[in-house]
Design a protein around this ligand. Structure first.
Ligand code: ADP
Ligand code: MG
Length: 322
């Protein structure tokens, strides 16, 4: 059932209409927005926005949570296999829901392959893990993926090939994968915001992929003068993705490019693009690099509760494997 926005203080029918028009369809969306976002809507003052947000937060029961409540929320976390046991082990079981996982690496390091494989694996019951049957039944009936493709590298044929390799119906995987080609960062951000609508429309979106997170931003905002604007937008985009992960228990995967670190003599000579904005918003961060033949190395270097470690996997015709 839709929330009745006029229940919020200071919101009459005309303001409610404006909110809905701007995409604020329910209390949760308002509760998790910022004053700046709401005042972008014509006729909403800063004071009114603050009041609305506070009231919506109360209605959605947002605020302090006890450790026990958080533990219960963590219990609904589920995991998606990458296709490689070794890589799953580094992740303590697989790609985690309620988190954003970043794969950074040079061209050909396997980022896009992992994204494709994840869409396939989401349709395979034996590749999805949860602590209890209950979570699987409640959260994962007919799960669907959204693939936001900013580099034009999504290939349905590759999905079919990987599906065949895994012994599942490729057509079925494609039916359950929404793909959007974003030609610039505005489109990319808009598509991410539109995922809420897909969910409201009854699609059980459980996997969200942005491939690549940063390339459009990097191309459009060049030079020092544009850096602040770029980081601000990227920050907003990351907030959208984190909200999706948290509120809808999704696995969110982003790919990222790397750049040479100018000041590194020793140690890591490359770093992921996007600076702190991406670094703080991604829960798990990986570097991928090429090894011999079809082998790739994935190094986990930033996670809140897992040790840094490395996994070797392979990219074959069948997909991501050990
Ligand atoms: P990026 O990190 O740039 O996104 P990709 O994930 O697209 O890189 O990886 C491309 C690599 O994946 C290719 O160089 C090739 O080694 C491997 N690959 C792609 N398609 C296939 C396939 N059908 N069979 C085997 N290997 C493939
Ligand atoms: Mg790619």
């Amino acid at each position: 059932m839709a929330d009745v926005l006029t229940e919020l203080p200071g919101v009459g029918p005309s303001t409610a209409e404006k909110l809905i028009e701007a995409g604020y369809l329910d209390f949760m969306k308002i509760a998790t927005s910022t004053i700046g976002e709401l005042t972008d809507i014509e006729g909403i003052s800063e004071k009114a926005a603050a009041k609305m947000i506070m009231a919506a937060r109360e209605m959605c029961d947002l605020g302090f949570k006890s450790g026990v409540e958080l533990l219960n929320q963590r219990k609904s976390v589920w995991r998606l296999s990458t296709g490689s046991k070794e890589l799953d082990e580094v992740l303590a079981g697989g790609l985690e829901s309620q988190s954003v996982t970043e794969f950074a690496g040079m061209y050909g390091s396997g980022k896009t392959q992992i994204m494709h494989q994840s869409c396939v694996n989401l349709q395979i019951a034996s590749k999805i893990f949860a602590e209890t049957e209950n979570v699987l039944e409640k959260e994962l009936p007919n799960p669907k993926s959204v693939y936001i493709d900013t580099e034009g590298t999504f290939r349905p044929e590759r999905i079919l090939q990987m599906a065949e390799g895994a012994g599942v119906d490729g057509q079925y995987v494609l039916d359950n994968t929404f793909v959007a080609r974003a030609y610039n960062s505005d489109m990319q951000m808009l598509f991410a915001e539109k995922i809420e609508d897909l969910i409201k429309g009854g699609n059980n979106i459980k996997l969200v992929i942005i491939d690549s997170l940063t390339s459009a931003f990097r191309n459009e905002f060049t030079g020092r003068g544009k850096l602040a604007e770029r980081q601000q937008k990227l920050g907003r985009h990351m907030a959208t993705l984190n909200k999706l992960a948290d509120l809808h228990n999704c696995v969110v995967l982003v790919t990222n490019q790397v750049a040479a670190k100018p000041d590194a003599f020793f140690g890591v000579a490359e770093q992921a693009i996007g600076g702190h904005v991406v670094g703080h918003a991604a829960t798990f961060r990986f570097f991928l690099r090429k090894s011999k033949g079809d082998k790739r190395v994935a190094k986990l270097y930033d996670s809140p509760h897992l040790p840094d470690s490395e996994a070797v996997f392979r990219i074959t015709e069948k997909g991501i494997q050990d």
